[in-house]
Design a protein around this ligand. Structure first.
Ligand SMILES: C[S@@+](CC[C@H](N)C(=O)[O-])C[C@H]1O[C@@H](n2cnc3c(N)ncnc32)[C@H](O)[C@@H]1O
Length: 363
């Protein structure tokens, strides 16, 4: 596959020549997170002029409803960990839109907490710091430095951007998928490890692809240990399914269109569908309770999206009212490829936090 000569290409090529083809996790980590030439290090990718639109950028209702959900949970957390000051945490806050909208709902409910943001992009950190200045957020490079306190963690479209490994079923077994160079050495190409991984034994037809969300699972395990010890919950909203498939969901998006994931390293967004079943199992293994996943549609409707839209429309011009209605429909679109169905919501919580608003009891 031809790769455009982006600034990251020679860096990748040097590493591949020195160490051999790299795993998909390393490729994603460099393309998204390289400090100088990584996708998130260099741009604000949101909105019409950007590469994609996320739910909070579609309507203020999304963040407001999550804020109302968080406001209901904070007193439940205080009952589990009395006298402990809670922290509200967002992982990958983008432009800070979700949190800005959520803070309005949280303030209206009189909630008190410290705000912590986990963000690696310096460009987006600047936008978040400005947007959320009133809440004086503390910034973190990873969950490892979050305070030892009850945590209420929100993650919208965060886990899909985390580096993962992939394996392809061959007649020899599961071989790791790697990114190397073409014979000419001037472009990137997918290849496979010659030797299969001895630990993978799942049965699947030849050509099947197994995704191992290594970084997502390690973040869930880390949060699980903290939340079981100190109380709290993590709310994950993302696209994906609750059963692992053997399909390849690795994709690149640029300018609102799908692209070849190897063609513009560092200049396209790279994602994988989130394996909610694997996240729930990792949470349970640490002693947490897993609520859901449910569809985004069911979650938002249970939180009162329709009533919120009606209240906003009551003070809107006819054009604004049509936009509010269109946004509510888009966020809850039940078409299998629509946001309401494709996006799922999972909450992993301290087992004493139950029942949770808008979510089923733990399975
Ligand atoms: C797809 S955006 C979602 C933004 C926001 N949550 C929203 O819904 O609009 C992914 C966010 O995660 C951040 N991010 C990506 N990888 C990260 C990592 N490994 N650690 C921390 N933040 C990361 C990005 O910079 C960006 O803010």
């Amino acid at each position: 596959m031809d790769a455009e000569a982006t600034p990251l290409l020679p860096i990748l090529a040097r590493e591949i020549r020195a160490d051999g083809p790299i795993g998909l996790d390393r490729y994603m980590a460099l393309c998204l997170g390289h400090p100088l030439h990584g996708y998130y290090a260099t741009r604000d990718p949101f909105g019409r002029g950007g590469d994609f639109v996320t739910a909070p950028e579609i309507s203020q209702m999304f963040g407001e409803l999550i804020g109302a959900w968080a406001a209901a949970l904070l007193p439940m957390m205080s009952a589990v960990a009395p006298g402990q000051w809670p922290c509200l945490v967002e992982l990958g806050p983008g432009r800070g839109t979700l949190m800005a909208d959520a803070l309005r709902a949280l303030r209206a409910a009189g909630a008190t907490f410290d705000l912590h943001l986990v963000e690696t992009s310096p460009v987006l950190r600047r936008i978040q710091a400005e947007r959320l200045a009133g809440a004086a957020p503390a910034f973190h490079d990873s969950v490892a430095s979050l305070p030892d306190a009850p945590l209420l963690v929100i993650a919208n479209e965060f886990f899909d951007a985390l580096p993962a490994r992939q394996f392809v079923r061959t007649d020899r077994g599961w071989c790791e998928r790697r990114v190397g160079l073409t014979a000419e050495g001037d472009a990137l190409a997918f290849g496979l490890d010659p030797e299969p991984d001895p630990h993978l034994t799942a049965q699947a037809p030849e050509g099947a692809v197994l995704t191992l969300p290594s970084q997502g699972l390690s973040i869930m395990r880390d949060l699980g240990r903290r939340l079981v010890a100190k109380g709290g919950a993590v709310l994950v909203i993302d696209y994906g399914g609750d059963r692992p498939g053997f399909g390849d969901t690795f994709q690149a998006v640029t300018g609102h269109r799908f692209a070849d994931p190897l063609s513009r390293p560092g200049e396209a967004d790279l994602t994988l569908h989130v394996d909610f079943g694997a996240l729930a199992r990792a949470a349970r293994a640490e002693g947490m309770a897993a609520h859901g996943p449910v569809t985004q549609r069911d979650f938002l409707l249970a939180l009162g999206l329709a009533a919120r839209a009606e209240r906003l429309k009551a003070h809107a011009t006819p054009d604004q009212a049509r936009a509010i209605e269109a946004a509510a429909l888009r966020l809850t679109d039940p078409d299998p490829r629509g946001m309401g169905a494709l996006f799922k919501v999972l909450c992993a919580s301290h087992p004493a936090l139950s029942p949770l608003p808008a979510l089923p009891p733990p399975a």
